[in-house]
Design a protein around this ligand. Structure first.
Ligand code: ADP
Ligand code: MG
Length: 300
C-alpha cells in the first residue's frame, strides 16, 4: 500500500495506516478472529457495521451482474489452492460437489445478523480493497486534503489532481509483461484493475490457471479477456465490477456499460486489443502500439 498526499500533517498517515489495519482485521478471511473467518466457522455472526455494509454492497453487485460477482465462491477458491499457494486442479467431481455450496442467494443479511448455510464460506476479497480505499478517501477529504493518490495493491484512488493542478497519471499494467501498456489521466476517481496475471499457476498440462473464477463452472474464468480496468467514483464498485466484468467477457461488459453507465473501462483482450470506452478516449495513451491495437467503444 502506498499513500501519497499533500498539505496535511504527517500524523494523518499513521491514522490512515491504523484504519486500514483495522478494516483488514474485520474483513480478512485468513485472520481467525475477523468477521468473515468467524462467519465461515460458525455460520452466523452479528456483523460489524462495515461488514454489514460490505456484504450488502456485494449482494447488490451479485444481483446486478447475475452472479458473476459471487463472494460465496470461497470453498472453490480454497479448493484450487489460491488461498494458500498450494495450487491444484480439482477433480470435476469435486467441483460439482462444491458448486451448490456457492449459491449467494443463501446468504441472509439483516440489521443484526449475517448468516450462511452449513458448508458455505464467504470471501470479500474481490471488493474489500476498493471499499477500504473509499474509507481512506473519506478520511482524507474530512482532513481537508485535496491532492492525494492511494495505491492499495493495484487499486488506485485519485483524490483531486496533482498539486500543480494537472491530472494524476496512472499506469495500466501490461497483463503479459512487466511494464504498463498505457497511461490514464485521472482526477477524483478510482481506477481498479482485475487480471489473470495477479495470481496464477501453470498446471502439469501447461495451462495457466488464475484466481478469478467463473461461478458457473467453478474454474478460472476464460472470457477472452486478460484484464479489466474500471474507472469510476466509488472504489468498492469499481473493484467488484472489475472482477465481475472479467468473468462476463467483452460483449457482456459492453452491454453492462451501455445500460448501466456511471463508469468507464479499459479492457485488454487475448487478441491484443485494448478497448477503451468513449469517456476515456481523450484520457488514455497507449504506450505499446506495436503489441496492442487501440479500439474505442461508443455508447450507441
Ligand atoms: P485482486 O485481489 O487481484 O485485486 P480481484 O479484486 O479481482 O483481484 O478479486 C479476486 C479475488 O476474489 C480472488 O482472489 C478470489 O479470492 C475472489 N474471487 C475469485 N473469483 C471471484 C468471483 N467470480 N466473484 C467474487 N470473488 C471472486
Ligand atoms: Mg475486484
Amino acid at each position: 500500500m502506498t499513500l501519497r498526499f499533500y498539505g496535511s500533517p504527517e500524523t494523518l498517515a499513521e491514522d490512515l495506516k491504523a484504519e486500514t489495519e483495522r478494516l483488514e482485521s474485520v474483513f480478512s478471511v485468513t485472520r481467525p478472529d475477523s468477521d468473515f473467518a468467524r462467519l465461515n466457522a460458525d455460520g452466523r455472526i452479528a456483523p460489524a457495521p462495515e461488514t454489514r455494509d460490505l456484504a450488502e454492497k456485494a449482494l447488490a453487485l451479485a444481483r446486478e451482474t447475475d452472479g458473476a460477482l459471487n463472494i460465496a465462491l470461497y470453498p472453490l477458491v480454497k479448493e484450487w489452492g489460491f488461498t494458500t499457494g498450494q495450487y491444484q486442479i480439482p477433480e470435476p467431481d469435486r467441483i460439482r460437489e462444491l458448486l451448490p455450496l456457492t449459491d449467494w442467494h443463501r446468504i441472509t443479511l439483516s440489521d443484526s445478523s449475517l448468516a450462511i448455510d452449513p458448508g458455505m464460506a464467504l470471501d470479500p476479497g474481490s471488493l474489500a480493497k476498493g471499499y477500504t480505499a473509499d474509507v481512506l478517501t473519506a478520511r482524507l477529504k474530512e482532513a481537508g486534503v485535496t491532492c492525494a493518490l492511494l495505491d492499495l495493491g493495484g487499486n488506485i484512488q485519485a483524490i483531486g489532481t496533482r498539486p500543480d493542478g494537472t491530472p494524476w497519471q496512472v499506469g495500466i499494467r501490461d497483463p503479459e509483461g512487466e511494464g504498463h501498456l498505457g497511461i490514464l489521466s485521472a482526477a477524483d476517481t478510482a481506477v481498479v484493475t482485475s487480471g489473470g496475471y495477479e495470481r496464477y499457476f501453470t498446471g502439469p498440462d501447461g495451462q495457466v490457471y488464475w484466481h478469478i473464477l467463473d461461478p458457473l463452472t467453478g474454474a478460472p474464468a476464460r472470457s477472452g479477456l486478460l484484464s479489466v480496468t474500471v474507472v469510476g467514483p466509488a472504489g468498492w464498485r469499481a473493484d467488484g465490477l472489475s472482477t465481475a466484468l472479467f468473468v462476463m467477457g467483452a460483449d457482456k461488459a459492453l452491454t453492462h456499460w451501455r445500460e448501466t453507465g456511471g463508469y468507464e473501462l479499459v479492457l485488454v483482450t487475448e487478441d491484443h486489443e485494448v478497448i477503451v470506452t468513449e469517456g476515456l478516449a481523450d484520457r488514455f495513451t497507449l504506450s505499446e502500439p506495436d503489441t496492442y491495437t487501440l479500439k474505442v467503444w461508443k455508447h450507441d
